[in-house]
Design a protein around this ligand. Structure first.
Ligand code: HEC
Length: 147
């Protein structure tokens, strides 16, 4: 065997050893990044879950409003006092039932029931303590025209 060949073999061996060393270094880095990912990923996933549920809420509301005429004129009084629970035009929300398509008499008698505890509902009762009879009447008239 010539000296040249021996040197070639030794150099070749060194290259292999170096490659193995480099690869093992690279390998030891992988756990570090995966640890980093473990720390970051759960947070990202949590945020995603919240976004989804928000989207679902919006979607649910949109589905409810589909087929509802949102161009209807609604008084400020209704928007302020009632729309948060009964929807923009009485179509209902998760909190309050739909009150559209009901007659003025029906609405008035219902509101009277709440006010006088014939139907016990703390949400509606609390509301009716802060509203004048005139306002209730005009609201009932307005709601009876929702469709
Ligand atoms: C805080 C939420 C909330 C607000 C604000 C609210 N309501 Fe209600 N309302 C309810 C809930 C809940 C019911 C269902 C109560 C029950 O099942 O007896 C209801 C029931 C009613 C009903 C009877 C519906 C039916 O068919 O039995 C009428 C009418 C009504 N609300 C009118 C109004 C008016 C008018 C306003 C604004 C002055 C208003 N509500 C504001 C929560 C609310």
């Amino acid at each position: 065997m010539s000296i040249g060949k021996i040197i070639g073999l030794v150099l070749g061996g060194l290259v292999v050893v170096l490659m193995v060393y480099v690869m093992s270094q690279g390998g030891s880095k992988t756990p570090v990044t995966s640890k980093f990912e473990e720390q970051v990923k759960p947070k990202v996933q949590e945020v995603k879950v919240e976004e989804k549920s928000e989207e679902e809420v919006v979607l649910d509301d949109l589905k409810k409003q589909a087929g509802v005429n949102l161009d209807q004129k609604v008084s400020q009084l209704y928007t302020l006092r009632c729309s948060s629970c009964h929807g923009k035009v009485g179509e209902g929300t998760k909190v309050g039932p739909s009150i559209s398509g009901k007659s003025q008499d029906y609405i008035l008698s219902k509101l009277d029931d709440y006010k006088n505890d014939r139907v016990v509902n703390s949400l509606m009762k609390g509301l009716l303590n802060n509203i004048s009879d005139e306002e209730v009447k005009s609201l009932a008239e307005e709601i009876s025209k929702f469709n």
